[in-house]
Every structure is written in C-alpha cells, then in structure tokens.
Design a protein around this ligand. Structure first.
Ligand SMILES: *Cc1c(COP(=O)(O)O)cnc(C)c1O
Length: 223
C-alpha cells in the first residue's frame, strides 16, 4: 500500500507549481514505524519530516540521514540539543525564543541550521506561528541571528472544507513569500499543504508539501 501510494503520488503530483518552481514532497512520518518509513523511501521518497523529538531519536539510527531530514512539529527549546546537526530543514520556527535558542545552540556548535518561519495564517489559537502582520519584522529579526539561515515560510491551513477560504489564505502566504523572496536570495521554500489540501496549496503557489495520511494511510492514535 505504501509503495503504491508513493508511486501514485510521485507520478500524479505536478513536478512544478504554477510559478515554475519544483514541488518537493516531504513524507510526514509521525507514528510510523522505521520499516514503513524505509518502504516509502525505497519507493522514491527523498525527504521525511518528524514531529516528535523522542520518535526522531528512537528511529534515527534505523533511518539515518540518507533521506533529507525535516523537523515539522512544535519544538521545545530544551529538546533542540537532540536535533542539532541532524536536521536539514526546520519548518516550525514559530516564536522568537525558539529562533534565539536554535541560533545560540547552532552557533555554539559551529553549524548553520536552515529554517522556515511558521505563520499562523488562519489565526488559530490551537496553532503556533507568527501573525501575518508581524511576519516581515519577525523574519528580519531572525535573519539577524547567527547560526541560522532563513529559507522560507511554513503554514498549516485551518481544518475546514471551505475551499475558497483556504485558497485565499494560501494566496496570502504566497504573497508574503514573494515579498520576502524579492529581497532575499536565500528564500526558496513555501511549505504548505497536507493530505487534505495539498492540491489547492500547490495551485496557490506552495513548493513544498508535507503528506502523512496520503502516504501511510490513516494514523491510529489508539496504539
Ligand atoms: C501530521 C502533519 C502533516 C501531515 O498531515 P496529513 O494530514 O496526515 O497529511 C503535515 N504537517 C504537519 C506539521 C503535521 O504535523
């Protein structure tokens, strides 16, 4: 099933978005076994994204760094040390003190951590991220920190069937992304789109999607 899902997705996903940018598929691997993750990698997945530091640590040795490693979950500052140097792209830098700590720890270790700034585009209390209105200032402030390279933006759209509303939000993200990109050559990723909304997100200009259910099937939270 996983093999088929991956092959189908890879053949059906548009290679480029309407802006001519390559679309990168990141497999969201929370709650998946190392065996299933490796199955997805064998079928063609090049990038995998973790949500939980403990799960990442438990599975790291079995999976390693051959697929590019992304961190897509909410990150507590006291857990940064377990990820440092092992993550190719942090998607979820959602607050100033996380950026500061990641900067400090990266600089101490003599490395540069690549990050995306998370925007709470739906203004949802349940989600982290900077408000759209404060995004430009946040990006400028974070860019000034050592040990970090800001490569773009990440957003999670609200869970609703109102496609027009979702598309409007996705377009706002694209607009912000372009504003930033026009002034900064390092900006290259707009990470937006999950199993329920990725088509709409690509259409609106996302160039990185994070799919879990579409690859691995429905997660079982009761195990
Ligand atoms: C779980 C998760 C995804 C994937 O969600 P699906 O709906 O299963 O595709 C994407 N992004 C983040 C941040 C997630 O936590």
């Amino acid at each position: 099933m996983i093999e088929n899902n991956v092959k189908k997705l890879l053949s059906e996903l548009p290679a480029i978005n309407p802006y001519g940018e390559k679309v990168t598929l990141v497999a969201a691997v929370k709650m998946q076994s190392p065996e299933d993750i490796l199955r997805a990698v064998d079928a063609g997945i090049t990038d995998i994204g973790d949500n939980h530091v403990q799960e990442f640590r438990d599975k790291y040795d079995k999976i390693g760094s051959a697929p590019r490693r992304h961190f897509i979950g909410r990150l507590q500052t006291n857990k940064i040390k377990y990820l440092l140097g092992k993550i190719d792209l942090y998607h979820s830098v959602d607050r100033m003190n996380l950026a500061e700590e990641l900067s400090k720890k990266s600089a101490e270790k003599g490395i540069t951590s690549n990050i995306l700034i998370q925007i709470n585009i739906g203004k949802e209390a349940s989600k982290g991220g900077f408000a759209l209105e404060e995004a430009q200032t946040a990006v400028e402030n974070i860019k000034a920190l050592p040990g970090l390279k800001v490569e773009g933006l990440m957003a999670m759209l609200p869970d609703t069937d109102d496609k027009d509303y979702l598309y409007t939000l996705a377009k706002k993200m694209r607009k912000l992304y372009e504003d930033l990109k026009s002034r900064d050559g390092n900006i290259k990723y707009l990470s937006m789109g999950m199993s329920g909304d990725y088509e709409l997100c690509i259409e609106a200009g996302s160039n990185m999607i994070r799919l879990g259910t579409a690859i691995f099937g429905k997660r079982n939270y009761n195990v």
